[in-house]
Every structure is written in C-alpha cells, then in structure tokens.
Design a protein around this ligand. Structure first.
Ligand code: HPA
Length: 273
C-alpha cells in the first residue's frame, strides 16, 4: 500500500507486465473482454474456468473492501472467452492510484481489447430507483487524483490521453443499450461522479454533485477507466444504484445497504454482460 506519492510508471509497467506474464503462464489465453466486478455484484458463471488469486499474482496487493474477493478468472461466458477481475482496489483503502489500476493494466498487457466495469453507486439524480442500472456515458473525476500522474512510460500510451468521446466508448455504449432493449432491461444513461471516500457524501455535497450534472456517485472505477483509455481499451461502465446518496435506510450500515441491493439486482448486470 502506498500514498498518492509520485508514481514511476516505468516501474508500474514492469509490475503490470510481470502480472500479465504470470496470468499467461497460468494458462490465461486471449479474451474478448475483461470484466471487473464491483461491490457484491455476482461474478458471471464461466465454463472451462481457470482461477488465480490476486495474492498469487506478483505486484497486486490483496483486495480488502467489503464484497471484494481478489481473483482473476479466465473462461467462457456464453462461449466467448473472457477474463474476469473479481474485486477491485480502492483509494479509500489506502492504495495508491497506480496500485488501483494495476489489475486493469495487467489485463490490457494480456491483449484484452475491451473492458467492462461495474460498480455499486449512490443515486444523485432523483428519478433513478434503487436497483436501477445506469450506463455511464461520462464521468466527473472528483477523486483529486489521476492514476496517470507521475513519471510517464510511453509503453502505456500517450502522456496526455484524450478522453472526449473515448473514455466511455460510444460503440460499446450503443451495444449495451441494444442488448438491454432486447432483454427488456431498462438502462438509462448517466454521468458518474467519482469521489475518494470512504466517508459517504453529506446532503450538501449531494446537492453540489447535482449542480455538476452528476447522476450517480461512487468511490471507484474512474481510475481504471483512465488507465484503460491510455492503453487504448474500449470501456463500458454499468453502475448499480444501491442507495440514495446522502441518505441511508434506518438501522443498517451504508455498507450493508449497498451489498444488499447488489445481491438482489446484480443478476441483471450479469445478464447484460
Ligand atoms: N456514495 C458513494 N459511493 C457509494 C455510494 C454513495 O452513496 N453508494 C455506493 N457507493
């Protein structure tokens, strides 16, 4: 674990490449997409699966957040080879931004061209209901950090990656909308506001997020999207609306509420994938 500090992406490249080599040696072949699952959202059922715990992959700190078990799985989802990154590292756990994006960079260096990310998020736009799935069409990074800051390594991509029209891939977004329509799953699109956490937002902060045009708020995913964008991966983010931001149901911790909604409606996220 590290603080924000100054990342040296030349070293980060070596770490991500070593992780990718370990996965390759463990029999992880090519995959059409990498899928990273968020808090409590079920891991899709894969056929012919190979699993490796994060602890067995060099350079990856253990995942400790609730609902996150750190493992990589490779297998077939409806006959299509996919890589599943089960679990996620968060800034609020004390991981540095560069550590947070290492699993995604490892997937990128394995040659996986598409990255599908899901997360549980708080509702800012009042019209969304608990359990709704939102396709993230854009984000506002309020985490105070960019995982690409530090000493640059051009093997990861551009020094100043363009995000407009890329970070949330329009083609994958349209595919998700078409698939949702075919399955009869409602899929509003929205803007994800990424905050550092771990404190949940105050009502005043939620009001401020609304004026910024944020629809859902969460403590994850944007670092991974930025690292994937630099590597040239197409990304799609689906957010599961777990709770009204700035409020929590009586008698339950925020964490229980988020995990409960994720367990109940995470299945629709998996169907969409
Ligand atoms: N705020 C921030 N992150 C979250 C929330 C929230 O209300 N719910 C789930 N993740």
């Amino acid at each position: 674990m590290g603080g924000v500090g100054t990342a040296d992406h030349r070293l980060e490249y070596e770490l991500a490449a070593a992780a990718a080599a370990t996965l390759r040696d463990a029999g992880f072949g090519t995959a059409v997409a990498a899928i990273q699952t968020g808090s409590g959202i079920p891991v899709p059922d894969l056929a012919a699966v190979t699993t490796l715990a994060w602890a067995d992959v060099p350079g990856l700190p253990g995942a400790t957040a609730p609902g996150h078990r750190g493992a990589f799985h490779h297998g077939l989802l409806d006959g299509v080879p996919v890589l599943v990154l089960e679990g996620r590292l968060h800034l609020y756990e004390g991981h540095s931004p560069a550590e947070v994006v290492r699993p995604v960079r490892a997937a990128g260096l394995l040659g996986v061209p598409n990255l599908l990310l899901n997360n549980a998020a708080g509702r800012v736009r009042s019209a969304l209901r608990a359990g709704a799935i939102v396709r993230v069409r854009d984000h506002v990074n309020l985490m105070g950090v960019d995982p690409l800051s530090g000493v640059h390594d051009s093997r990861f991509g551009d020094r100043f990656p363009v995000t407009a029209g890329r970070a949330h891939d329009p083609w994958l977004g349209a595919l998700a909308q078409d698939t949702a329509a075919d399955l009869g799953v409602e899929l509003p699109s929205g803007v994800y506001g990424a905050v550092h956490g771990p404190s949940f937002e105050t009502p005043a902060e939620v009001e401020r997020l609304r004026t910024l045009g944020v629809d859902v708020v969460g403590m994850s995913t944007v670092p991974e999207v930025l690292a994937a964008n630099q590597l040239g991966l197409r990304t799609l983010v689906l957010s599961l609306v777990a709770n009204p931001a700035g409020e929590v149901a009586d008698g339950r911790s925020a964490e229980e509420e988020v995990l409960d909604v994720a367990r109940r409606t995470g299945g629709d996220v998996v169907r969409l994938l």
